[in-house]
Design a protein around this ligand. Structure first.
Ligand SMILES: [Zn+2]
Length: 375
């Protein structure tokens, strides 16, 4: 079934659709207001819709908008599930918790980072300890977050990136740039110097919603990495870890990848949202994954990230190139293509239903392997 009407054109509309669908589905709704104002002064909220038995043993957590702008896909999936009867698919001892727009600022203003220019998926680390050092990023920080986008500056940057690609290879260069950094607050993939509002909010949500849960599945919805329209289920755990083995049993080997082994479209990261659940829910069986959908080739996505960050840090929204840069940026995380949305929706619905079945199953087995489009 396709649900194009569940996808939105801006944060306000996405929030409205989500809340309306959640109310109709009989969900309890809990809203957390961010201190920043949204577009036109409207409020910014992370909303939580929960359905099913309070204090249930089995809980599925579905998160959208960890990376702001990526929330368009995640929100459409969440609203689609609510309007197509996911509530009826829950057994008596299961609960579904949907966290909508974990980073509402980034969602509303079409940014991947939050109001502090922090990448939330690098922010869930121990801020009392020394921050990880990314020396290679330090060396090229001026290329990643340039002060100028003039033609000569861009030609120089392109040549230097080509040289680094020759020296390191694609995979290592991706790792250097994206693994996270804690030394350049105006750069990309900055992990922040404190637990952000979204980080603290997630902690409150987990305390309210997950106390007493024994088996928890977390699916954090993302876009921007991998082949167009294809979903990959990403874990940080190595392949011998029980969480990884459960994931393979529930979703099939073809779709599940570990960042540890280097097979995933994503580099291995610490400080992610999904890992925070494993740390918070000591004693529970936690299977925490990212579900990532591809959009455009990595170099195009990187170019758009770099330009948008320059616009935000250096040029400002009134710059003559602002509209073009923002439009291109949005396309990298939310293609204006109904077929892409349909693919994303169908794969996500299946992944969620398989997760619910997996939560029920004492001896997990493969339910129905996903066949990705074009493969
Ligand atoms: Zn993401």
């Amino acid at each position: 079934m396709t649900t194009p009407h569940c996808f939105s054109v801006n944060y306000q509309q996405a929030r409205q659709k989500f809340i309306t669908a959640a109310r109709i589905a009989g969900a309890e709704i809990d809203s957390f207001e961010n201190s920043c104002s949204g577009v036109g002064g409207a409020g910014l909220f992370t909303d939580v819709a929960s359905i099913g038995q309070a204090g249930a043993e089995n809980v599925l957590v579905l998160i959208s908008g960890t990376h702001g702008v990526e929330g368009f896909a995640g929100s459409g999936i969440q609203s689609g599930l609510l309007t197509t009867g996911i509530a009826e698919a829950l057994s008596a001892n299961a609960r579904l918790v949907m966290i909508h727009a974990l980073n509402p600022y980034g969602f509303a203003f079409l940014r991947r980072a939050n109001e502090d220019n922090v990448d939330l998926n690098r922010n869930f680390i121990d801020h009392d300890k020394p921050y990880p050092v990314n020396r290679e990023y330090d060396k090229i920080s001026g290329l990643i977050a340039p002060r100028s986008m003039s033609a000569p500056a861009n030609i120089w940057a392109t040549l230097r990136f080509l040289w680094y690609r020759l020296v390191f290879g694609n995979e290592k260069l991706q790792r250097i740039v994206t693994q996270g950094q804690y030394a350049h607050p105006d750069g990309l993939f900055f992990g922040g110097h404190f637990a952000t509002w979204s980080n603290q909010t997630l902690d409150q949500i987990a305390t309210r919603q997950l106390a007493g849960a024994g088996r928890v599945v977390v699916i954090d919805l993302h876009t921007g990495l991998g082949p167009y329209g294809k979903g990959e289920i990403i874990l940080s755990e190595p392949e011998q870890n029980p969480a990884y083995q459960r994931a393979v049993a529930w979703w099939g080997e073809a779709r599940v990848k570990s960042t540890e082994s280097g097979e995933s479209v994503s580099s291995h990261l610490s400080g992610t949202v999904k890992l925070s659940f494993t740390r918070m829910l000591v004693g529970a069986e936690v299977t925490a994954v990212g579900l990532e959908f591809g959009t455009s080739p990595p170099l195009e996505v990187f170019k758009a990230l770099r330009e948008e960050n320059w616009l935000h840090q250096q040029a400002g929204d009134n710059h003559p190139l602002a509209a073009r840069i923002k439009q291109q940026f949005l396309k990298m995380f939310y293609p204006d293509d109904d077929l892409w949305k349909q693919n994303v929706w169908e794969q996500s619905e299946l992944v969620v239903r398989q997760a619910l079945a997996g939560l029920e199953d004492e001896s997990p087995k493969v339910i129905d392997a996903i066949s990705p489009p074009g493969s």
